[in-house]
Design a protein around this ligand. Structure first.
Ligand code: HEM
Length: 409
Protein backbone atom coordinates (compact mmCIF):
# COMPACT_ATOMS: atom_id res chain seq x y z
CA UNK A 1 0.00 0.00 0.00
CA UNK A 2 1.34 3.44 -0.82
CA UNK A 3 0.32 6.33 1.39
CA UNK A 4 -0.18 9.95 0.48
CA UNK A 5 2.47 10.93 3.00
CA UNK A 6 5.04 8.69 1.28
CA UNK A 7 5.04 10.96 -1.69
CA UNK A 8 6.41 14.34 -2.53
CA UNK A 9 3.42 16.43 -3.54
CA UNK A 10 4.02 19.88 -4.92
CA UNK A 11 1.14 22.15 -3.85
CA UNK A 12 0.96 24.23 -7.01
CA UNK A 13 0.81 21.25 -9.35
CA UNK A 14 4.17 22.02 -10.94
CA UNK A 15 5.53 18.93 -12.62
CA UNK A 16 2.33 16.92 -12.26
CA UNK A 17 0.89 15.32 -15.38
CA UNK A 18 -2.11 17.07 -16.88
CA UNK A 19 -5.42 15.27 -16.76
CA UNK A 20 -6.81 13.75 -18.98
CA UNK A 21 -3.57 13.79 -21.01
CA UNK A 22 -3.08 13.92 -24.77
CA UNK A 23 -4.59 11.37 -27.12
CA UNK A 24 -2.36 9.79 -29.70
CA UNK A 25 -3.04 11.36 -33.15
CA UNK A 26 -3.11 7.97 -34.88
CA UNK A 27 -5.62 6.48 -32.40
CA UNK A 28 -8.34 9.07 -31.91
CA UNK A 29 -10.73 6.56 -30.30
CA UNK A 30 -8.33 5.51 -27.56
CA UNK A 31 -7.93 7.28 -24.21
CA UNK A 32 -4.67 9.22 -23.80
CA UNK A 33 -1.90 6.56 -23.67
CA UNK A 34 -0.59 8.03 -20.41
CA UNK A 35 -3.74 6.74 -18.68
CA UNK A 36 -2.83 3.12 -19.49
CA UNK A 37 0.42 3.76 -17.61
CA UNK A 38 -1.48 5.19 -14.61
CA UNK A 39 -3.77 2.16 -14.70
CA UNK A 40 -0.83 -0.23 -14.52
CA UNK A 41 1.03 1.70 -11.83
CA UNK A 42 0.39 0.98 -8.16
CA UNK A 43 -2.01 3.18 -6.23
CA UNK A 44 -3.30 6.41 -7.74
CA UNK A 45 -1.62 9.13 -9.78
CA UNK A 46 -1.54 12.77 -8.72
CA UNK A 47 -2.64 14.97 -11.65
CA UNK A 48 -3.44 18.57 -12.48
CA UNK A 49 -6.92 19.21 -13.86
CA UNK A 50 -7.65 21.71 -16.65
CA UNK A 51 -8.82 24.34 -14.13
CA UNK A 52 -5.62 24.02 -12.12
CA UNK A 53 -7.05 21.87 -9.32
CA UNK A 54 -4.99 18.93 -8.16
CA UNK A 55 -6.61 15.50 -7.90
CA UNK A 56 -5.92 11.79 -7.71
CA UNK A 57 -6.67 10.11 -11.05
CA UNK A 58 -8.58 6.85 -10.63
CA UNK A 59 -8.25 4.84 -13.83
CA UNK A 60 -9.01 1.16 -13.07
CA UNK A 61 -12.52 -0.25 -13.54
CA UNK A 62 -12.97 -1.63 -10.02
CA UNK A 63 -11.49 1.48 -8.40
CA UNK A 64 -13.77 3.81 -10.38
CA UNK A 65 -16.79 1.73 -9.36
CA UNK A 66 -15.73 1.83 -5.74
CA UNK A 67 -15.16 5.57 -5.88
CA UNK A 68 -18.48 6.42 -7.55
CA UNK A 69 -20.41 4.08 -5.26
CA UNK A 70 -18.89 5.35 -2.01
CA UNK A 71 -21.02 7.79 0.03
CA UNK A 72 -17.86 9.05 1.76
CA UNK A 73 -17.05 10.84 -1.47
CA UNK A 74 -18.90 14.06 -2.03
CA UNK A 75 -20.13 15.78 -5.19
CA UNK A 76 -21.49 18.76 -3.22
CA UNK A 77 -20.41 22.00 -4.84
CA UNK A 78 -21.41 24.18 -1.88
CA UNK A 79 -19.35 22.21 0.58
CA UNK A 80 -16.47 21.90 -1.89
CA UNK A 81 -16.49 24.83 -4.36
CA UNK A 82 -13.53 23.30 -6.20
CA UNK A 83 -16.04 20.81 -7.68
CA UNK A 84 -17.85 23.61 -9.53
CA UNK A 85 -16.57 24.35 -13.01
CA UNK A 86 -18.87 27.32 -13.21
CA UNK A 87 -19.45 29.40 -10.09
CA UNK A 88 -23.18 29.93 -9.82
CA UNK A 89 -24.37 33.30 -8.84
CA UNK A 90 -27.46 35.39 -8.15
CA UNK A 91 -30.71 33.51 -7.96
CA UNK A 92 -29.46 30.23 -9.44
CA UNK A 93 -30.03 27.36 -6.99
CA UNK A 94 -27.52 24.54 -6.65
CA UNK A 95 -27.75 21.88 -9.38
CA UNK A 96 -28.65 18.40 -8.13
CA UNK A 97 -25.70 16.67 -9.86
CA UNK A 98 -23.57 18.77 -7.53
CA UNK A 99 -25.39 17.71 -4.35
CA UNK A 100 -25.10 14.63 -2.14
CA UNK A 101 -27.84 12.32 -0.93
CA UNK A 102 -30.38 12.60 0.54
CA UNK A 103 -30.86 16.10 -0.94
CA UNK A 104 -29.64 14.97 -4.37
CA UNK A 105 -32.01 12.00 -4.58
CA UNK A 106 -34.97 14.08 -3.37
CA UNK A 107 -34.63 16.27 -6.47
CA UNK A 108 -33.48 13.53 -8.85
CA UNK A 109 -36.56 11.45 -7.92
CA UNK A 110 -38.84 14.18 -9.24
CA UNK A 111 -37.36 13.51 -12.71
CA UNK A 112 -36.73 9.76 -12.84
CA UNK A 113 -40.32 8.97 -13.91
CA UNK A 114 -39.72 10.93 -17.12
CA UNK A 115 -36.74 8.78 -18.11
CA UNK A 116 -37.87 5.23 -17.40
CA UNK A 117 -37.33 2.65 -20.13
CA UNK A 118 -41.09 2.50 -20.63
CA UNK A 119 -41.49 6.27 -21.04
CA UNK A 120 -38.56 6.51 -23.37
CA UNK A 121 -39.65 3.51 -25.46
CA UNK A 122 -42.93 5.33 -26.01
CA UNK A 123 -40.90 8.11 -27.64
CA UNK A 124 -39.14 5.75 -30.07
CA UNK A 125 -41.55 6.27 -33.01
CA UNK A 126 -41.11 10.04 -32.72
CA UNK A 127 -37.34 9.70 -32.52
CA UNK A 128 -37.45 7.47 -35.61
CA UNK A 129 -39.41 10.03 -37.59
CA UNK A 130 -36.98 12.79 -36.58
CA UNK A 131 -34.07 10.61 -37.69
CA UNK A 132 -35.76 10.08 -41.08
CA UNK A 133 -36.52 13.76 -41.41
CA UNK A 134 -32.96 14.94 -40.75
CA UNK A 135 -31.56 12.20 -42.95
CA UNK A 136 -33.76 13.22 -45.87
CA UNK A 137 -32.91 16.90 -45.36
CA UNK A 138 -29.21 16.12 -45.38
CA UNK A 139 -29.53 14.02 -48.53
CA UNK A 140 -31.59 16.71 -50.26
CA UNK A 141 -28.96 19.35 -49.42
CA UNK A 142 -26.44 17.06 -51.14
CA UNK A 143 -23.06 15.41 -50.65
CA UNK A 144 -20.69 16.33 -49.00
CA UNK A 145 -22.11 17.40 -45.65
CA UNK A 146 -20.99 18.05 -42.11
CA UNK A 147 -22.67 15.17 -40.29
CA UNK A 148 -22.50 16.99 -36.96
CA UNK A 149 -24.53 20.00 -38.09
CA UNK A 150 -26.83 18.09 -40.44
CA UNK A 151 -27.59 15.03 -38.33
CA UNK A 152 -25.78 14.36 -35.06
CA UNK A 153 -26.66 17.63 -33.33
CA UNK A 154 -30.21 18.20 -34.66
CA UNK A 155 -31.58 14.81 -33.52
CA UNK A 156 -30.86 15.07 -29.76
CA UNK A 157 -31.52 18.82 -29.80
CA UNK A 158 -35.01 18.32 -31.17
CA UNK A 159 -35.68 15.33 -28.89
CA UNK A 160 -34.74 17.20 -25.72
CA UNK A 161 -36.50 20.39 -26.87
CA UNK A 162 -39.75 18.47 -27.44
CA UNK A 163 -39.43 16.54 -24.20
CA UNK A 164 -38.89 19.68 -22.14
CA UNK A 165 -41.18 21.93 -24.16
CA UNK A 166 -38.38 24.28 -25.26
CA UNK A 167 -38.98 25.90 -28.69
CA UNK A 168 -36.67 24.19 -31.21
CA UNK A 169 -36.33 27.54 -33.00
CA UNK A 170 -34.24 28.65 -30.00
CA UNK A 171 -31.68 25.90 -30.65
CA UNK A 172 -28.89 28.24 -31.76
CA UNK A 173 -29.28 30.05 -28.44
CA UNK A 174 -29.11 26.98 -26.21
CA UNK A 175 -26.52 25.14 -28.31
CA UNK A 176 -24.03 28.02 -28.19
CA UNK A 177 -24.41 28.59 -24.41
CA UNK A 178 -24.09 24.87 -23.76
CA UNK A 179 -20.96 24.70 -25.89
CA UNK A 180 -19.30 27.35 -23.68
CA UNK A 181 -20.10 25.32 -20.56
CA UNK A 182 -18.61 22.22 -22.20
CA UNK A 183 -15.36 23.96 -23.18
CA UNK A 184 -12.48 23.05 -20.91
CA UNK A 185 -10.71 26.16 -19.76
CA UNK A 186 -13.44 28.62 -20.86
CA UNK A 187 -12.87 31.76 -18.73
CA UNK A 188 -15.03 32.04 -15.61
CA UNK A 189 -16.76 35.27 -16.80
CA UNK A 190 -17.73 33.61 -20.09
CA UNK A 191 -19.02 30.54 -18.23
CA UNK A 192 -21.04 32.59 -15.78
CA UNK A 193 -22.56 34.65 -18.59
CA UNK A 194 -23.52 31.51 -20.56
CA UNK A 195 -24.96 29.82 -17.49
CA UNK A 196 -26.87 32.98 -16.44
CA UNK A 197 -28.36 33.46 -19.91
CA UNK A 198 -29.40 29.83 -20.18
CA UNK A 199 -30.95 29.97 -16.72
CA UNK A 200 -32.92 33.18 -17.42
CA UNK A 201 -34.14 31.71 -20.71
CA UNK A 202 -35.47 28.60 -18.97
CA UNK A 203 -36.90 30.54 -16.03
CA UNK A 204 -38.96 32.65 -18.47
CA UNK A 205 -40.21 29.45 -20.03
CA UNK A 206 -41.17 28.04 -16.61
CA UNK A 207 -43.25 31.15 -15.89
CA UNK A 208 -44.90 30.99 -19.31
CA UNK A 209 -45.78 27.32 -18.79
CA UNK A 210 -47.31 28.09 -15.45
CA UNK A 211 -49.80 30.33 -17.26
CA UNK A 212 -50.24 28.03 -20.26
CA UNK A 213 -49.18 24.46 -19.44
CA UNK A 214 -48.53 22.09 -22.34
CA UNK A 215 -47.81 18.36 -22.65
CA UNK A 216 -44.15 18.58 -21.71
CA UNK A 217 -41.75 17.96 -18.84
CA UNK A 218 -41.41 21.60 -17.74
CA UNK A 219 -45.20 21.98 -17.58
CA UNK A 220 -45.51 18.77 -15.59
CA UNK A 221 -42.84 19.96 -13.14
CA UNK A 222 -44.69 23.23 -12.66
CA UNK A 223 -48.15 21.77 -12.29
CA UNK A 224 -47.21 18.66 -10.29
CA UNK A 225 -44.19 19.67 -8.23
CA UNK A 226 -44.33 23.43 -7.70
CA UNK A 227 -48.02 23.31 -6.87
CA UNK A 228 -47.31 20.80 -4.07
CA UNK A 229 -44.37 22.79 -2.73
CA UNK A 230 -41.91 19.97 -3.57
CA UNK A 231 -39.88 22.21 -5.87
CA UNK A 232 -39.62 25.97 -6.34
CA UNK A 233 -39.80 27.75 -9.70
CA UNK A 234 -36.07 28.23 -9.49
CA UNK A 235 -35.52 24.49 -8.90
CA UNK A 236 -37.63 23.64 -11.94
CA UNK A 237 -35.67 26.12 -14.04
CA UNK A 238 -32.37 24.69 -12.81
CA UNK A 239 -33.44 21.08 -13.49
CA UNK A 240 -34.63 22.04 -16.95
CA UNK A 241 -31.41 23.85 -17.67
CA UNK A 242 -29.35 20.81 -16.64
CA UNK A 243 -31.43 18.52 -18.85
CA UNK A 244 -31.27 20.87 -21.81
CA UNK A 245 -27.52 21.20 -21.41
CA UNK A 246 -26.79 17.51 -20.69
CA UNK A 247 -29.36 16.29 -23.17
CA UNK A 248 -28.09 17.35 -26.58
CA UNK A 249 -24.30 17.77 -26.86
CA UNK A 250 -23.47 14.48 -25.21
CA UNK A 251 -25.67 12.34 -27.48
CA UNK A 252 -24.65 14.42 -30.51
CA UNK A 253 -21.05 13.46 -29.86
CA UNK A 254 -21.87 9.80 -29.56
CA UNK A 255 -23.63 9.96 -32.94
CA UNK A 256 -20.73 11.87 -34.54
CA UNK A 257 -17.85 9.89 -33.05
CA UNK A 258 -19.82 6.63 -33.26
CA UNK A 259 -20.34 7.15 -36.99
CA UNK A 260 -16.65 7.84 -37.48
CA UNK A 261 -15.68 4.72 -35.51
CA UNK A 262 -17.99 2.66 -37.72
CA UNK A 263 -16.64 4.20 -40.93
CA UNK A 264 -13.13 3.29 -39.77
CA UNK A 265 -14.25 -0.29 -38.92
CA UNK A 266 -16.34 -1.32 -41.96
CA UNK A 267 -16.80 -4.94 -40.84
CA UNK A 268 -18.25 -3.75 -37.57
CA UNK A 269 -20.45 -1.23 -39.38
CA UNK A 270 -21.87 -4.09 -41.44
CA UNK A 271 -22.97 -5.77 -38.20
CA UNK A 272 -25.34 -2.89 -37.47
CA UNK A 273 -26.31 -2.17 -41.05
CA UNK A 274 -27.16 -5.73 -42.08
CA UNK A 275 -29.25 -6.84 -39.13
CA UNK A 276 -32.88 -6.32 -38.37
CA UNK A 277 -32.50 -7.77 -34.89
CA UNK A 278 -32.99 -4.98 -32.34
CA UNK A 279 -30.98 -6.97 -29.79
CA UNK A 280 -27.90 -6.93 -32.03
CA UNK A 281 -28.29 -3.18 -32.50
CA UNK A 282 -28.78 -2.64 -28.76
CA UNK A 283 -25.65 -4.68 -27.98
CA UNK A 284 -23.67 -2.79 -30.61
CA UNK A 285 -24.70 0.54 -29.08
CA UNK A 286 -23.50 -0.61 -25.62
CA UNK A 287 -20.15 -1.54 -27.12
CA UNK A 288 -19.84 1.82 -28.88
CA UNK A 289 -20.64 3.56 -25.58
CA UNK A 290 -17.94 1.53 -23.85
CA UNK A 291 -15.32 1.81 -26.57
CA UNK A 292 -15.72 5.55 -27.06
CA UNK A 293 -16.62 6.62 -23.47
CA UNK A 294 -16.95 10.28 -24.41
CA UNK A 295 -17.28 11.70 -20.85
CA UNK A 296 -13.55 12.32 -20.65
CA UNK A 297 -13.28 14.98 -18.01
CA UNK A 298 -16.06 15.80 -15.59
CA UNK A 299 -16.30 13.21 -12.87
CA UNK A 300 -14.81 14.81 -9.80
CA UNK A 301 -15.44 14.12 -6.13
CA UNK A 302 -13.90 15.09 -2.77
CA UNK A 303 -13.10 12.65 0.06
CA UNK A 304 -15.08 13.61 3.17
CA UNK A 305 -12.85 11.37 5.30
CA UNK A 306 -9.67 9.37 5.00
CA UNK A 307 -10.20 6.30 2.83
CA UNK A 308 -8.46 3.72 0.69
CA UNK A 309 -8.97 3.74 -3.08
CA UNK A 310 -6.99 1.33 -5.22
CA UNK A 311 -4.75 0.52 -2.27
CA UNK A 312 -3.93 4.20 -1.85
CA UNK A 313 -4.69 6.30 1.20
CA UNK A 314 -6.66 9.38 0.22
CA UNK A 315 -6.90 12.12 2.84
CA UNK A 316 -9.98 14.06 3.83
CA UNK A 317 -10.53 17.05 1.54
CA UNK A 318 -8.53 15.62 -1.37
CA UNK A 319 -10.04 15.58 -4.81
CA UNK A 320 -10.41 12.54 -7.08
CA UNK A 321 -11.20 12.31 -10.77
CA UNK A 322 -12.65 9.16 -12.38
CA UNK A 323 -11.10 8.22 -15.68
CA UNK A 324 -14.09 6.54 -17.29
CA UNK A 325 -12.45 6.12 -20.72
CA UNK A 326 -9.53 4.30 -19.13
CA UNK A 327 -11.68 2.22 -16.78
CA UNK A 328 -13.71 0.95 -19.73
CA UNK A 329 -10.51 -0.21 -21.41
CA UNK A 330 -9.01 -2.25 -18.59
CA UNK A 331 -8.80 -6.04 -18.37
CA UNK A 332 -12.42 -6.30 -17.18
CA UNK A 333 -13.30 -6.35 -20.89
CA UNK A 334 -11.26 -8.87 -22.87
CA UNK A 335 -9.40 -7.29 -25.77
CA UNK A 336 -10.76 -4.00 -24.49
CA UNK A 337 -8.88 -1.86 -27.00
CA UNK A 338 -10.74 -3.26 -29.96
CA UNK A 339 -14.25 -2.41 -31.07
CA UNK A 340 -16.24 -5.64 -31.08
CA UNK A 341 -19.95 -5.04 -31.56
CA UNK A 342 -20.74 -8.65 -30.68
CA UNK A 343 -19.21 -8.51 -27.21
CA UNK A 344 -21.33 -8.25 -24.10
CA UNK A 345 -20.39 -4.72 -23.02
CA UNK A 346 -23.00 -4.45 -20.28
CA UNK A 347 -21.59 -3.17 -17.04
CA UNK A 348 -19.51 -0.50 -18.81
CA UNK A 349 -19.08 2.80 -17.03
CA UNK A 350 -19.79 5.23 -19.90
CA UNK A 351 -22.74 6.62 -17.93
CA UNK A 352 -20.89 6.65 -14.62
CA UNK A 353 -21.93 4.54 -11.65
CA UNK A 354 -23.76 4.91 -8.36
CA UNK A 355 -26.30 7.52 -7.34
CA UNK A 356 -25.22 10.06 -9.96
CA UNK A 357 -25.33 7.60 -12.85
CA UNK A 358 -26.68 9.28 -15.99
CA UNK A 359 -30.36 10.09 -15.72
CA UNK A 360 -30.82 10.25 -19.50
CA UNK A 361 -29.23 6.91 -20.42
CA UNK A 362 -32.39 5.16 -21.65
CA UNK A 363 -33.08 8.10 -23.92
CA UNK A 364 -29.52 8.05 -25.24
CA UNK A 365 -29.87 4.35 -26.06
CA UNK A 366 -33.04 4.89 -28.07
CA UNK A 367 -31.51 7.82 -29.96
CA UNK A 368 -28.37 5.88 -30.87
CA UNK A 369 -30.27 2.69 -31.72
CA UNK A 370 -32.34 4.71 -34.17
CA UNK A 371 -29.77 7.16 -35.56
CA UNK A 372 -26.81 4.88 -36.32
CA UNK A 373 -28.45 1.99 -38.24
CA UNK A 374 -30.73 4.35 -40.20
CA UNK A 375 -27.73 6.35 -41.40
CA UNK A 376 -25.76 3.29 -42.49
CA UNK A 377 -28.73 1.68 -44.21
CA UNK A 378 -29.92 4.78 -46.05
CA UNK A 379 -26.39 5.69 -47.16
CA UNK A 380 -24.45 2.43 -47.63
CA UNK A 381 -21.69 4.37 -49.44
CA UNK A 382 -21.20 6.84 -46.62
CA UNK A 383 -17.53 7.75 -46.25
CA UNK A 384 -15.29 10.31 -44.69
CA UNK A 385 -14.84 13.26 -47.08
CA UNK A 386 -11.41 14.25 -45.71
CA UNK A 387 -8.39 12.26 -44.49
CA UNK A 388 -8.80 11.13 -40.87
CA UNK A 389 -5.90 13.41 -39.83
CA UNK A 390 -7.94 16.43 -40.86
CA UNK A 391 -10.90 15.66 -38.61
CA UNK A 392 -11.03 18.09 -35.67
CA UNK A 393 -11.43 16.07 -32.48
CA UNK A 394 -12.81 17.63 -29.30
CA UNK A 395 -9.68 17.49 -27.16
CA UNK A 396 -10.71 20.84 -25.76
CA UNK A 397 -14.14 19.80 -24.47
CA UNK A 398 -15.40 18.02 -21.37
CA UNK A 399 -17.21 15.61 -23.67
CA UNK A 400 -15.04 14.08 -26.39
CA UNK A 401 -16.16 13.73 -30.00
CA UNK A 402 -15.71 15.57 -33.27
CA UNK A 403 -16.27 19.28 -33.92
CA UNK A 404 -17.21 18.53 -37.51
CA UNK A 405 -17.49 15.33 -39.51
CA UNK A 406 -17.24 15.95 -43.27
CA UNK A 407 -18.89 13.01 -45.01
CA UNK A 408 -19.76 12.11 -48.60
CA UNK A 409 -21.93 9.41 -50.16
C1 HEM B 1 -24.08 9.82 -24.84
C2 HEM B 1 -24.73 10.59 -24.04
C3 HEM B 1 -24.46 10.75 -22.56
C4 HEM B 1 -23.38 10.37 -21.81
C5 HEM B 1 -22.14 9.62 -22.27
C6 HEM B 1 -23.64 10.79 -20.45
C7 HEM B 1 -22.78 10.55 -19.39
C8 HEM B 1 -23.06 10.89 -18.07
C9 HEM B 1 -22.21 10.58 -16.93
C10 HEM B 1 -20.86 9.88 -17.03
C11 HEM B 1 -22.81 11.04 -15.82
C12 HEM B 1 -22.32 10.91 -14.38
C13 HEM B 1 -21.75 12.19 -13.83
C14 HEM B 1 -21.18 12.05 -12.43
O1 HEM B 1 -21.24 10.98 -11.81
O2 HEM B 1 -20.65 13.04 -11.92
C15 HEM B 1 -24.06 11.65 -16.24
C16 HEM B 1 -24.95 12.25 -15.38
C17 HEM B 1 -26.11 12.88 -15.82
N1 HEM B 1 -26.65 12.86 -17.09
FE1 HEM B 1 -25.81 12.04 -18.72
N2 HEM B 1 -24.86 11.41 -20.41
C18 HEM B 1 -25.39 11.41 -21.67
C19 HEM B 1 -26.61 11.92 -22.05
C20 HEM B 1 -27.53 12.49 -21.21
C21 HEM B 1 -28.85 12.93 -21.60
C22 HEM B 1 -29.47 12.78 -22.98
C23 HEM B 1 -29.42 13.47 -20.48
C24 HEM B 1 -30.79 14.08 -20.28
C25 HEM B 1 -31.77 14.02 -21.07
C26 HEM B 1 -28.47 13.36 -19.40
C27 HEM B 1 -28.68 13.79 -18.11
C28 HEM B 1 -27.81 13.58 -17.07
C29 HEM B 1 -28.05 14.08 -15.72
C30 HEM B 1 -29.22 14.93 -15.26
C31 HEM B 1 -26.97 13.65 -14.93
C32 HEM B 1 -26.74 13.91 -13.45
C33 HEM B 1 -27.35 12.79 -12.63
C34 HEM B 1 -27.16 12.93 -11.14
O3 HEM B 1 -26.25 13.62 -10.69
O4 HEM B 1 -27.97 12.33 -10.42
N3 HEM B 1 -27.35 12.75 -19.88
N4 HEM B 1 -24.20 11.53 -17.62
Amino acid sequence: MSTATDQIQPNDGTGLPDYPGTRSPGCPFDPPPVQAGWRRAEGLTRVRLGNGNIAWAVTRYEDVKQLLGDPRLSADGRRYPQLMETQQHGKQPQTFPRMDDPEHSRIRRTLTGEFTVKRVEAMRPRVRSMVDRFLEEMITAGSPADLVQAYALPIPSLVIALLLGVPYDDRAFFQTRSAVLMRRGAPQEERQAASGELFDFVLDLVKRKEREPGDDLISRMVTERVATGELSHLDVAMNSMILLHAGHETTANMIGLGTLALLENPRQAARIRDTDDPKVVAGAVEELLRYLTIAQDMLVRVATEELLVGGHLVREGEMLVSGLPSANRDGTFEGADSLDLDRDARGHLAFGYGVHQCLGQSLVRVELQEALPALLRRLPNLRLAVPLEEVRFRHDMVVYGVHELPVAW
